[in-house]
Design a protein around this ligand. Structure first.
Ligand SMILES: Cc1cc2nc3c(=O)[nH]c(=O)nc-3n(C[C@H](O)[C@H](O)[C@H](O)COP(=O)(O)OP(=O)(O)OC[C@H]3O[C@@H](n4cnc5c(N)ncnc54)[C@H](O)[C@@H]3O)c2cc1C
Length: 507
């Protein structure tokens, strides 16, 4: 039977959206006839699923991939790509408003064309979606099924009534927003990442509930488009897992943008009054009510494990953390593996990709690659962005590892000064008395790009001492990393060495 996808989407069904669907869920798609037994069946066609299916097929395995909605998953359709596309435009508007700082003159009444911003985003999404297409998968030899997968036994599953048998399977069903249970919220209506990118009109006012990466990135973007934005976070700081000084710089930046910051604050009730959503907020010592046009929630993620009939396959799972896997990403059923958001603590596209590669090796080639061996960086793409890799100081202390930290403020970096991008720092932690890098946090406009150098150093076992010998193009913001390495090298100049040098030079 041809598979039709009903996106139930309120996004304009324009040429970009038609192109995206043509690629990621072609209308009228007919599922193939299953072969007797696949070498690998992949459930979920997001990043993890696509990477596994393409790599396994390229190695010669007979592969099936099952997707119930849209290939490309969250990242392409409702995550990284649409968010980064609109964040770029938001940054441009913020830059225009600050034009005078750069000695430029811009008319005072800058008009934001939000519909055009979202159209640009849809164009980018459609273009990037070509790489995730069903046609590309079939051309690579992958059998693509659209429909909901359910296990029917240890080595079998069904897709809308069609039985499929496998030697190995990978669960890559991703995650979904964890909606807060606030009385009145559902009745009042709210946005999540699943529908916010369908908007064509900018809400005049917006309450963002949740100060994690999603809430912070989108609050700043919507504020910069001109929505009167409030962000409520029930912790004393944003991005709770990041270092305090990093989160503080973000709070300051939000305040400069004009976002109303409510920390230590919980939303406890929502009601509709006069066409607006009235949200009761409770802080430590007082209650207040804000009236907004729209509410966006970003309060965490839940793994998509429901409806898979995991019990039928003997796969253990936890509703909040997802499919339970060992370090080889194998589930309690040795034939079945998992990757990506469905099982990982670090829910990122690059971890979905890396974990899928581990599964292909371990499932098909008796590999023994371990998840714990990965060095995983991440970045929140606010302005400035906040990126991290490796250990935080508190984690090193918990493990009794002595730490020494080298910090370079961005206001000491020529390029950051020239760019008016002085808020932030590069902070690199090494094991005390060695140059072994334990971790780093970077707060800077280009933190996401800069952290890759530190990740490379950590993976390749390159110490901070060697980074001091790496010539960095001048002027770049990444020179902050070299400056941190130079600072480390200066600590090697002990008093004895200094006086020996002095004696030598004064001969
Ligand atoms: C707003 C937002 C911004 C983000 N930005 C970034 C970023 O900048 N950088 C970054 O690294 N990460 C980012 N992420 C996270 C990133 O999108 C996810 O970590 C990544 O998409 C996970 O990939 P995945 O393959 O595990 O799952 P998904 O992409 O969720 O794919 C899972 C797929 O499985 C399908 N599926 C589920 N159940 C079944 C079933 N029973 N049968 C068949 N198919 C099924 C789903 O339809 C889905 O297509 C962002 C996320 C959000 C929400």
């Amino acid at each position: 039977m041809p598979q039709h996808y009903d996106p139930s989407s309120t996004a304009p069904q324009d040429a970009f959206e038609r192109e995206r669907l043509e690629n990621v869920h072609p209308p009228g798609w007919r599922n193939p006839q299953p072969t007797e037994r696949y070498s690998l069946v992949v459930i979920g066609g997001g990043t993890a699923g696509l990477v596994a299916a393409h790599s396994a097929a390229a190695l010669g395995a007979k592969v099936a991939l099952i997707e119930r909605e849209l290939l490309g998953g969250d990242c392409l359709n409702v995550g990284c790509i649409p968010s980064k596309a609109i964040i770029r435009t938001a940054r441009l508007y913020a830059g225009m408003r600050n034009a005078e700082q750069y000695g430029a003159q811009i008319p005072a009444d800058i008009r934001v064309d939000f519909a055009a911003v979202m159209e640009r985003m849809r164009g980018i999404r459609a273009r990037i979606g070509r790489a995730d297409s069903a046609q590309r998968l079939t051309a690579a030899g992958v059998d693509v099924y659209f429909g909901q997968a359910r296990f029917t036994g240890n080595d079998s599953l069904s897709v809308d009534g069609t039985k499929i048998r496998f030697k190995k399977a990978m669960i890559a069903t991703g995650s979904r927003p964890d909606t807060p249970s606030i009385p009145g919220l559902a009745e009042a209506g709210f946005l999540t990442n699943e529908n916010v990118f369908d908007l064509t009109e900018l809400p005049r006012s917006l309450l963002v509930i949740g100060g994690g990466p999603l809430g912070c990135e989108l609050a700043q973007a919507f504020c910069r488009f001109g929505a009167q934005t409030i962000i409520a976070q029930d912790w004393p700081m944003f991005l709770p897992r990041e270092e305090r000084d990093a989160a503080q710089i973000l709070s300051d930046s939000f305040a400069r943008d004009g976002i109303e910051v409510r920390l230590n604050t919980r939303a406890v009730n929502v009601r509709i009054e006069g066409g607006q959503k009235h949200v009761e907020l409770v802080s430590e010592d007082h209650k207040s009510t804000v009236a907004v046009d729209a509410i966006l929630t970003g309060t965490g993620r839940l793994p998509n494990v429901e409806g898979l009939d995991l019990e039928a396959a003997g796969v253990d799972c936890d509703e909040t953390t997802g499919v339970l896997v060992n370090d080889f990403l194998q589930t309690s059923n040795p034939r079945i593996y998992a990757a990506g958001d469905a099982c990982l603590k670090h829910k990122f596209t690059h971890t979905a990709d890396a974990s899928a590669r581990i599964v292909v090796q371990n499932a098909l080639f008796f590999g023994r690659r371990r998840l714990s061996a990965l060095t995983i960086p991440w970045c929140t793409y606010t302005d400035p962005a906040i990126a991290h890799v490796g250990l935080y100081v508190r984690q090193a202390r918990e493990r009794d590892i002595p730490v020494k930290t080298f910090t370079i403020p961005m206001h000491d970096v020529d390029r950051a000064i020239a760019d008016n991008e002085e808020a932030g720092f590069v902070k690199i932690h090494v094991k005390d008395r060695t140059d072994r890098i334990l971790g780093a946090t970077i707060v800077a406009r280009h933190a996401g790009d800069m952290i890759n150098e530190i990740t490379l150093a950590m993976v390749a076992g390159i110490g901070l001492r060697t980074l001091a010998h790496v010539i960095h193009a001048y002027p770049t913001q990444a020179e902050a990393i070299k400056k941190a390495a130079d600072a480390y090298n200066r600590t090697r100049l002990t008093k004895t060495i200094q006086s020996m040098l002095r004696r030598w030079l004064q001969r």
